[in-house]
Design a protein around this ligand. Structure first.
Ligand SMILES: CC(C)(COP(=O)(O)OP(=O)(O)OC[C@H]1O[C@@H](n2cnc3c(N)ncnc32)[C@H](O)[C@@H]1OP(=O)(O)O)[C@@H](O)C(=O)NCCC(=O)NCCS
Length: 332
């Protein structure tokens, strides 16, 4: 059954820190090659923060652009929902830090943790408040500084991730207006053992031992994650199209989470989308976790690949496992 939300995205923006780490740079750090990384992942380069730059800084840079683009004053924001797995600190919530830096004096907010599906989950939650009519302007952010939890000695993970943030403005949609048509999200906790960071939480608080045991970095069983992502991204995209009476021909654009080009291509093959309908920017940004989907939307708008009325699919799989999918009519 379709689950429309009476809300629409009215602006999208993103931010990448200026420093670039190329595959050639990585060749000097771990035993890898530019050719391996490009062939197996589709990534050529990624952006990384300088020391002292945190998730809230990237989020605020994206949000400032969004406010400027949409002619919105910070004080007009009612709610901030931030998706991240790399909060500035365990607490307070990164949304509180963003609220202060942005001067969004009227907003309340909170963080949400769903890894690479984070932005889609945050968008769904934020849109419910706009759709209910209780909140007029909702700021939905996906921001991650993955470089803060990556082991740059582990070639299995360090080549994959980059830092970045995206932000969307979500507002109520009037009856019959363009907006969010449907979503499907599910979680499968049996996937927790394949992608996780063991240290720093209540189970293994930081100690000298946890640091020595390398527990404060991403641990991943890449091929398990790969297989799950290929299967679930295709299934969710297919299910959303079917239950809304659409076929892949009706879609103007799919903006998938950017974890690995081969995951995206496998989904594409299963569903029969041609290249022109799939947003790819993993080559330049790597996997920015909660940042990938809003950055994909931002780039699609900038490249003229998204127009008012277009049918758009957003789809992701992340640690958890978390799966997310959303179907929307682009509203501006
Ligand atoms: C991590 C990933 C790129 C590995 O690619 P793969 O083609 O599956 O490669 P494998 O895991 O089979 O490893 C093959 C070999 O390449 C090696 N390898 C791994 N990373 C390498 C690198 N950066 N450079 C060179 N060789 C590398 C492995 O050590 C392995 O060598 P071995 O056979 O001697 O042990 C891939 O599994 C992947 O993208 N998984 C999903 C990751 C993901 O999406 N994470 C985020 C979730 S949202």
């Amino acid at each position: 059954m379709a689950r429309p939300i009476a809300a629409k995205i009215t602006g999208i923006a993103g931010y990448l820190p200026p420093r670039v780490l190329s595959n050639a740079d990585l060749e000097k750090i771990v035993e890898t090659t530019d050719a391996w990384i490009r062939e197996r992942t589709g990534i050529s380069e990624r952006h990384l923060v300088d020391k002292g730059v945190a998730t809230s800084d990237l989020a605020v840079a994206a949000a400032r652009q969004l406010l400027q683009q949409t002619g919105t004053a910070a004080e007009e924001i009612d709610l901030i929902v931030t998706a991240t797995v790399t909060p500035d600190m365990m607490f307070p919530a990164t949304s509180c830090l963003i609220q202060k830096k942005l001067g969004a004096s009227r907003a309340w907010g909170f963080d949400l943790s769903a890894a690479c599906s984070g932005f889609l989950y945050a968008l769904t939650v934020g849109a419910q408040f706009a759709g209910a009519g209780t909140h007029r302007k909702v700021l939905v952010i996906g921001s991650d500084v993955m470089s803060s939890i990556i082991d740059y000695k582990d070639r299995n993970t360090c080549v994959l991730f980059g830092d970045g943030a995206g932000a969307a403005l979500v507002e109520p949609a009037a009856a019959g207006e363009l907006g969010i048509l449907d979503f499907h999200h599910d979680i499968d906790g049996s996937g927790a053992e394949f992608l996780f960071m063991p240290g720093g939480g209540s189970l293994h608080p930081a100690t000298h031992e946890t640091v020595n045991a390398n527990m404060h970095v991403v641990h991943q069983a890449g091929s398990n994650v790969f297989k799950y992502a290929v299967r679930r991204m295709a299934e969710v995209a297919c299910q959303l199209l079917q239950q809304n009476g659409f076929s892949s021909r009706d879609l103007a654009l799919v903006v998938p989470h950017q974890a690995n080009l081969r995951i995206i291509q496998a989904m594409q093959e299963r569903l029969g989308f041609d290249d022109s309908k799939v947003m790819i920017n993993i080559d330049r940004y790597g996997n920015t976790t909660a940042g990938t989907i809003p950055l994909g939307l931002r780039d699609a708008v900038a490249q003229g690949r998204l127009r008012k009325g277009d049918l758009v699919m957003l789809v992701s799989v992340g640690a958890g496992f978390t799966t997310g999918g959303m179907l929307l009519r682009w509203a501006y």
